[in-house]
Design a protein around this ligand. Sequence first.
Ligand code: GLC
Ligand code: CA
Length: 577
Amino acid sequence: MRVGRAALLSVAVAAFLPVAAQAQAMLQPPPKAMPANPTVDQNDWYKTGIIYEVYPRSFADSNNDGIGDIQGIVKHLDYVQSLGIDAIWMTPMFPSPQADFGYDVADYDNVDPQFGTVADVDQLVAQGKGRGVKVLLDFVVNHTSDQHPWFQQSKSSRTNPYRDFYIWRDPKADGSPPNNWASIFGGSAWTLDPKTKQYYYHFFYPQQPDLNWRNPKVEKAMFDAAEWWLKRGVYGYRLDAVDTMFERTDLKDNTVYPGVDAFGVPNQDHVNNSKQPEVHTELQRLRQMVIDKYPGRILVGETWTSDASELVQYYGPRNNELQLPMFLNLISLPALTAPDLRQRITGVETNSVGGWPSFALSNHDSRRAASRYPLPAGASTDDWAKITGALLLTLRGTPVLYYGEELGMVNNDPQRIEDVQDVIGKKGWPKEKGRDGERTPMQWDASTNAGFNTGAKPWLPVAPDYKTRNVAAESADPHSVLNFYRTLIALRRTHPAMSGDWKAVDTDDKQVLAYQRSGGGKTVLVLLNLDSKPADVPIEKTDTMEIVRPLAINRALLISGSIHLDPLGVYVAEITR
Ligand code: GLC
Ligand code: CA
């Protein structure tokens, strides 16, 4: 049934609140300690949970060497708990030459000394457990480091037992690579090994050779690695780059399109080396043979899909694949508009029947949401942070927050190629500046280096706004982004409507994304003005609906019979129906 504007018009206002009270960023102070989550079934904890991505290199540097570490995370677990986080996803901290900052793993069963030790991870797991914070690790399934002993063996000779752990092919007759597949990190996806005179395949950097998942020994070795950490109490994995686990064995060329990528390579569609059907059968095996042996353990997917119908394939035919394939689609949109978001979210809602959705708006590979979109006149970065937070935290699916998103942290991009750390930024400059900007140190307080450490030069520069945009300052400011997030998180954890249905209302509105969450006999209305102009949502006073309680408001007022929303205005309220 289509719910038009009429439905929204008939929200009656029985109890008018003073305008001043409504203009507050929130109407009740956020709780100091978050209430316990109403977990229905222990194994379904992720459905009511919030996941928080921690990039260990950038979160907190406990030994003041400029690089964040696991003890730094342990020291800030109280903060993570106070935010109302149910699980952290820690990006790779395994031994690695750091060609791709940890996404080039040289040993799956260990910890890089620059981040700490296995004992530190054990401590993180134990101390997290005491605070209701589970630990998820990042499982880099597509490739290893070229320094991994498997690859060292593999490249040593054509007859080495590990040769078939990776994808080796003969050159073409003219000595060129076996086909036209390009690496998304620049150049050909094939690198010639001069000693054995074959090319090996790498979807990412040459230092990240792709594993050959068609070899049962690879599956066995990788499943063992996954289980190694589960036995230590880790609660599951965010699976890295799952799309690229398999490629066509006939090595069919990709179709080339006009134009070149940031690295000067002709654009191509990657259909023959990503999203192969075998990805799903393999992920289902990982789920069945490893994850399901340990109750409550989950798989979260780095699943870049063009739309919801593609996303649902990752749940598996019997919900036997990933519990949380992340809908990352919203991250890559050049703009957030009400009609587009409504259509995409409705797509996830209607397609993921039986599966549980998961949404993210920022991560370590994408510009931070607060600084991603143009600012409407009169609005600030804080307003973008608040409206994107309101969206993420009031949707039905599990939100995956990126560290600092709750502060409204912005990108701090390198200005000169000499300052770039991320290799894709060095290779693609200036078209591709790399991902340093979204990976800068967490902003804890106004002290040296934002409290990231005690004075050593951080691996990336702290963003210039850290004196005011930090945990300490924002905790003390009732109108801060952080306190807005705390209010929304508390709402998500306690309000019965927030564990219920999602339904778009006023489906023709071009400016305001409006939806209701309903459950436990209660309804919450969410109005998000994504337009660059103000919007007024009229209220019909005669109807039976009424606003019971405003819950989270920014740049919005209930006045003269309508809810007035400035550009990026947010109005979240409980209503009766
Ligand atoms: C994923 C990671 C990204 C990494 C790439 C290669 O996309 O999120 O950071 O560079 O995989 O491992
Ligand atoms: Ca350190």
